[in-house]
Design a binder for this molecule. Sequence first.
Ligand code: C5P
Length: 232
Amino acid sequence: MPKDVIIALDFPDREKTLAFLDRFDEEKPFVKIGMELYYAEGPDIVREIKRRGHRIFLDLKLHDIPNTVMKAMRVLSSLDVDMTNLHAAGTIAMMEAAKEGLTRPDGTCPVLLAVTQLTSTSEERMRSELLINASMPDTVRRYALNAKAAGLHGVVCSPLEAALVKEACGADFVTVTPGIRFADGDTGDQVRVMTPARAREAGSDYIVVGRPITAAEDPVAAYRRCVKEFLG
Ligand code: C5P
């Protein structure tokens, strides 16, 4: 299973994003483009960063009726992203349709991940607002199993849940985990955090790291530290 650090490019526009990437002259980090940047700049920003030689996780978290998601995934497939995602709450039928849309004419497919429960959702709110009466671990486990049944490659989850996902879905089922902080760093608005080294021990295949790298005084040094701690 390949392990890697993915930098969350949480920037508002193309200029700030490219200025950040220009600082990396030796490495070509795997990067995540989220809703803010994608909605601001459109598919061109994906093409441009891809042309610069980066692998891209396009984090748009699709959730709609199966036919709409299938067609949207077909568009993302033509952008040649390496990884993308959707909400497991859209049902197995939606996830199967997404996989069909994302699969290229030659039969290959980018890594397709499901978001189980957002790490911002507490078990209490899941019960009181979403009327889901199962526990958070049981919900995450079931959503991960649904994603596996639909043919998806893995899930985005908290590093605290990576072990239970691996146990339920197998070692080859990919876990991508945000909520990473250095032992001596600021946690910001993330509540449940883990260091890169602990995330690896917990079963994360890819860690998504934003502010500990993007807001660092020396982002390249912070990225290198992160890779070193995560890959050992
Ligand atoms: O700056 P920070 O390291 O907290 O950034 C984490 C990134 O991972 C952000 O882009 C955030 O939107 C994303 N993310 C997350 N928690 C999730 C899913 C995605 O923090 N459950």
